[in-house]
Design a protein around this ligand. Structure first.
Ligand SMILES: Nc1c(NC[C@H](O)[C@H](O)[C@H](O)CO)[nH]c(=O)[nH]c1=O
Ligand SMILES: CC(=O)[C@@H](O)COP(=O)(O)O
Length: 140
């Protein structure tokens, strides 16, 4: 049984609740356990997961959040840098799934967060568990 950290950037409560529900459903369906950590925004997800990975208590990590384009260039920074940070962790051996929605509006976010629709939270959880399995398969 694996223990999974769900790391959420709680910027939009109702959307995060849906993402977390999808991730929890996927993790539990695979027979694993999970716990949750909450940070303010997507930019804090990579450092939060980096710190958690140093604890050695988790086998996989699911990053969840929602970034909705506003009026300024900040969207590109938040969306791009959070994705880049998670990719850097993954390439460094952290089994992390990226469930950060980067969308134009709330309507796009809702259909992707909803477990009964595109279920991006569940998708990110499956990705994290898959990376964990790949690492186990090719471990030295
Ligand atoms: N606009 C959104 C943000 N912005 C906040 C940043 O992620 C970060 O918390 C802040 O810059 C302090 O470091 N975060 C989201 O997750 N979603 C957004 O739409
Ligand atoms: C993605 C964001 O940072 C965004 O929500 C911020 O909105 P704005 O660009 O209008 O400040």
């Amino acid at each position: 049984m694996a223990h999974v950290l769900i790391a959420e950037a709680r910027f939009y409560d109702h959307l995060n609740d849906l993402l977390i529900a999808g991730a929890r459903r996927a993790i539990e369906a695979a027979g694993h356990t999970h716990e949750l950590v909450t940070v303010p925004g997507a930019l804090e997800l990579p450092p939060a997961i980096a710190r958690a990975s140093e604890a050695g208590r988790f086998d996989a990590y699911v990053a969840l959040g929602v970034v909705i384009r506003g009026e300024t260039y900040h969207f590109e920074i938040v969306a791009g840098e959070s994705a880049r940070g998670l990719m850097a962790l993954a390439l460094d051996g952290v089994a992390v799934g990226n469930g950060i929605l980067t969308v134009e509006n709330e309507e796009q976010a809702l259909v992707r967060a909803d477990p009964a629709a595109k279920d991006k939270g569940g998708e990110a959880a499956v990705a994290a568990l898959t990376l964990m399995t790949v690492a186990e398969r090719f471990a030295a």
